[in-house]
Design a protein around this ligand. Structure first.
Ligand code: SF4
Ligand code: SF4
Ligand code: SF4
Ligand code: FES
Length: 950
């Protein structure tokens, strides 16, 4: 069904340098060659009736409603499948056409329930519209013949209903699943009158391969596929364009509203990151924003064993500020700090780091990027001069070889994965380097040319051996290197990788990847045309995370795969605004725009604007904050929208540090795991309740727009402002746009960014300045940001985390499509229907050796701790490797991860933990303690009248 405020031109736009002029109903129209007659007519303001065509999908030509007359052409061609031609003369309305169209509609309506008044699509149904458009007044065939009116509804999916009685078999759903989503879960079964839509092997949607992206629901012109929220609430009366708050793809949505209530989220077809597509999270999983667990009133308590006490905003803020000042008075200026949130907007993140630097007077600010992509920032800056990815998502459509390293796009970045799959189905080649068989390795109509199934922790060995092949087999793009890169650093690197110890043959014992596959994959990447690398946390979350990022950059530079469309080095950033939180100066050593706090000129510019003296030494990183807390030197922490007790490694170490602090202030939607150790709770706002911007993985700054008032009374940036004022550092922003104006004033890469420009352009990819007023889709064109590209030697150093007889398996971690990170949001939605607990994937060999069967409880012990998960026996993991997700706190995945971290950035080595797995029949000791502690904390909340529904 069409979303409100969207026009559908019937068939996709075509790009061509050749313009074609034709006449439609006597008026001349000029369009790019390849455009359909239907689209040309729509562009000229002429509506041709249609049912099976929609702009999001290639034309199919099945409904025969869009027939037209073309001078000199026999019969009545379908306008959706007929391309324009120069001089063509088209007639869209005539008595003959009207007759034929009415006849077609009569057939449809004779097998369609006439319950329009109670139908969820009433008012937005294209079938209803077309009946009106063709002037249908009677159905000569009656309604009594054979029909499908009794077909049974499928309500298995928690978010949408399939009512086949209303189906007109237009195939739009099937094509949406094929073309847009790339899951190919739907088919039209049987032929003629018996034809019907079937999910997988005629299963329920829930049991089929469907991943609940909703593309078919959006494509359906009738109420056959309808959102349950729409069925329950009825049509929206207005809509607001905003940006998804889940992952780093940054999909644009139209929030369709009834007053302050969201009816449904419809992907925005003008969205520059998603082009009208979405995944199950962004489209459907927003129930957390109104979940009864949501806390909407401030609370304080003296000790974490005390009950929470509801207080006014004034009291909460005054108490928090007084405590922070008391701690500084007693333990010194550097005894407090703040953590910014990658879930919050740029403006909010900017304000938190400003509060820390200007209000607290130190640089003790850090962010969750510490635990995910900090090596990306470091590695890319060292080699190319900028800390971010080099391309836009659309660039993948020009890639010939796609190299995915340590990323699982179909689960982690699903909408981009759909775009990538489109390119792969069109013929691009795929190389996957991953210890596990991710879905992309083999999926309908796609098969990786090479799956380099390396052992966790051996990335650098693999990248060096690929580089070895490129250098020793003469596959370097010498012209590119000579023109664009430093000669000395290249020579040094070339000599290093050429050494025999880096050959695929020598490294095979380390990586476990056969040398022949490495050689073949290296040749393909270097010689297969445009080579584009996409990588994720499987690259960064290692003791050599930064080294691996540099290794990737070396490889792209050596093969000339930088500085144009179709190539590049593309980190798939995890959370919605992790790129933005890094850009906004969330690290203890950097101001916004990645400028070191020790740089006097930069610091002076902030001191002048902010009216304070600023520290010139970097502050504490998150792990250093924990160490300092355990040493009784760090006593107060302001945490905005981040659950460090669940997300950071070695949980027992983290909680010990939290317990040693005197004032922890948590600003969040829920009493998350960290809040259970807090003394002040400030109720935050969801993305639906505020204005601001998010920056996605392609550096795209997109608008976040308030669709409802904040449930706690304040947006997060307003709360930070209140705290700053109470601390004695004045902040007086009247709107988030003013914060962005300040960011632009102080940050050269954001110099041209403003809310007005974002609204006008839809979104902007930074750098945006006088030279690039509309932003920069592709980086390093012509020259690198740092001038010449710098190669860095990337010696492989094995991780200290060794498998031993006691811990013989390697545990590695990852994500799943339906849940998100710590799960605070998705666990409070119906997404639990797909994944209600974290499981331990174990290879059949390892399971059999240990007497573990599918579904058994398994104890997993590491040097840091132990936990218990249910087993899933699967060949997706290789022998010797076990895998789990970390979306549920009671799973305790981070109880077992260790303190090991990246040498350059302290990013934890989440991806490699030596463990033992044994069959058990009860929870671990930690899990028992966790349940007891969590239960107590919930009890301490019971007296407070602070929930959204109360
Ligand atoms: S919801 Fe998405 S995956 Fe499922 S059938 Fe529809 S288009 Fe396919
Ligand atoms: S379910 Fe909707 S989109 Fe699919 S064939 Fe039926 S009417 Fe068309
Ligand atoms: S792909 Fe990411 S940004 Fe897009 S809808 Fe899904 S979670 Fe949201
Ligand atoms: S819209 Fe052209 S044949 Fe259906």
């Amino acid at each position: 069904m069409l979303s409100i405020a969207e026009q559908d031109y019937g068939t996709p736009a075509r790009e061509s340098e050749t313009a074609v002029t034709l006449t439609i109903d006597g008026s001349e129209v000029t369009v790019p060659q390849g455009t359909s007659v239907m689209r040309a007519a729509a562009l000229a303001g002429v509506k041709i009736p249609k049912l099976c065509a929609t702009e999001q999908l290639e034309a199919f030509g099945s409904c025969r409603l869009c027939l037209v007359q073309i001078a000199g052409v026999k019969g009545l061609p379908a306008s959706c499948t007929t391309p324009v031609a120069a001089g063509m003369r088209v007639t869209t309305q005539s008595p003959q056409l009207a007759d034929v169209r009415r006849g077609v509609m009569e057939l449809y309506i004779s097998d369609h329930p006439l319950d329009c008044l109670t139908c969820p699509a009433n008012g937005h149904c294209e079938l209803q519209d077309m009946a009106g458009a063709v002037g249908l007044r009677e159905v000569r065939y009656g309604y009594a013949g054979a029909n499908h009116l009794d077909a049974k509804k499928d309500t298995s999916n928690p978010y949408f209903t399939f009512d086949p009685a209303k189906c007109i078999v237009c195939s739009r759903c099937v094509r949406a699943c094929d073309e847009q989503q790339g899951t190919l879960a739907l088919t039209i079964q049987d032929r003629g009158f018996g034809s019907k839509v079937a999910a997988s092997q005629d299963e329920s949607f829930m049991d089929s391969e469907c991943v609940s992206c909703g593309a078919c629901v959006q494509a359906c012109p009738t109420a056959t596929l309808s959102e349950n929220s729409l069925i329950a609430k009825g049509q929206a009366e207005h809509s607001v364009v905003t940006t998804c708050a889940y992952c780093g793809v940054g999909c644009s949505f139209r929030a369709e509203m009834q007053g302050q209530e969201v009816v449904r989220m419809v992907p925005n077809k003008d969205g520059q990151a998603n082009h009208g597509h979405s995944c199950v999270k962004g489209r459907f999983a927003i129930g957390y924003a109104t979940h009864p667990d949501r806390i909407v009133k401030p609370m304080i308590r003296a000790k974490i064993s005390d009950p929470w006490r509801e207080v006014t905003w004034q009291e909460a803020i005054a108490h928090a500020a007084a405590e922070l000042k008391r701690i500084q008075g007693r333990y010194g200026r550097d005894s407090i700090g703040g953590i910014t949130s990658s879930r919050c907007t740029n403006e909010e993140t900017y304000l938190v780091q400003k509060l820390v630097r200007a209000g607290f007077g130190n640089n003790n600010v850090d962010t969750c990027a510490r635990v995910c992509h900090s090596p990306t920032g470091y590695g890319l800056r060292q080699t190319m001069g900028e800390s971010a990815g080099t391309q836009d998502f659309d660039s993948v459509m020009k890639a010939d070889v796609i190299f995915v390293i340590g990323a699982n796009p179909t689960d982690g970045h699903p909408v981009f994965a759909s775009q990538m799959k489109r390119r792969l189905r069109a013929g691009a080649k795929l190389i996957v380097a991953d210890p596990r068989r991710i879905d992309l390795v083999r999926t309908p109509h796609i098969e990786a040319a090479y799956h380099l199934k390396l052992l966790p922790g051996t990335n650098v060995a693999l990248i060096n051996s690929i580089a070895h092949v490129i250098v020793t087999e003469g596959l370097v793009d010498e012209k590119f290197v000579e023109a664009r890169c430093e000669t000395a650093s290249f020579e040094k690197w070339r000599n290093f990788v050429a050494a025999e110890r880096n050959s695929p043959e020598a490294m095979a014992v380390v990586t476990g990847v056969p040398a022949a596959s490495v050689r073949a994959a290296a040749r393909l990447y270097a010689t297969g045309g445009n080579g584009a690398i996409y990588y994720g946390l499987g690259v960064t979350e290692h003791s050599q995370g930064s080294t691996m990022v540099m290794g990737i950059a070396n490889l792209a530079m050596a093969t000339g795969n930088i500085g144009r469309e179709g190539v590049g080095v593309n980190p798939l950033r995890g959370q919605n605004n992790v790129q933005g939180s890094c850009d906004m100066g969330s690290f203890p050593h950097e101001f916004p725009g990645y400028r070191h706090v020790g740089d006097e000129t930069v610091r002076a510019s902030f001191e002048k604007d902010w009216g304070v003296h600023l520290q010139s030494e970097p502050g504490l990183r998150i792990p250093n904050m924990f160490e300092a807390a355990l040493d009784d030197e760090f006593k107060g922490l302001y945490i905005e929208g981040e659950d460090i007790a669940q997300s950071d490694p070695n949980t027992q170490h983290v909680t010990a540090a939290l317990m040693s602090m005197e004032c922890i202030i948590v600003q969040d939607l829920f009493l998350n795991e960290t809040a259970k150790y807090a003394h002040v709770f400030l109720p935050g706002s969801s993305f639906l309740e505020k204005d601001g911007t998010f920056t996605n993985a392609e550096r795209r700054i997109s608008p976040v727009r308030k669709v409802m008032e904040p449930k706690s009374g304040y947006a997060d940036w307003q709360i930070t402002q209140l705290l700053a004022n109470a601390m004695g550092y004045p902040m007086n922003y009247a709107h988030a746009a003013e914060i962005m104006d300040e960011i632009a004033r102080l940050t050269p890469t954001f110099a041209g960014v403003s809310f007005e420009r974002i609204d006008r352009l839809g979104s902007i990819q930074w750098p945006c300045d006088a030279a690039h007023p509309d932003g920069t889709p592709t980086m390093h064109v012509g020259e690198f940001v740092r001038g010449k590209g710098r190669f860095l030697v990337t010696e492989y150093v094995p991780t200290a985390e060794k498998v031993t007889a006691k811990f013989p398996l390697i545990l590695t971690t990852g994500r799943i499509l339906s849940q998100y990170n710590v799960g605070a949001q998705t666990r409070r939605t119906k997404n639990n229907a797909w994944h209600e607990e974290d499981l331990l994937e174990i290879h059949p060999h390892d399971a059999e050796e240990r007497g573990i069967a599918d579904g058994d409880w398994v104890g997993i012990a590491s040097r840091a701790g132990d936990t218990v998960l249910r087993a899933r026996v699967t060949e997706r993991v290789q022998p010797g490797v076990v895998y789990t997700t970390f979306h549920f706190p009671e799973s305790g995945a981070n109880v077992i991860t260790t303190d090991n971290s990246d040498w350059a950035t302290n990013c934890p080595e989440y991806k490699v933990t030596a463990v033992q797995a044994t069959r058990v029949n009860q929870p671990s000791e930690w899990q028992r303690r966790f349940r007891e502690f969590s239960g107590n904390q919930q009890t301490l909340l019971q007296g407070a009248d602070v929930f959204a529904t109360k």
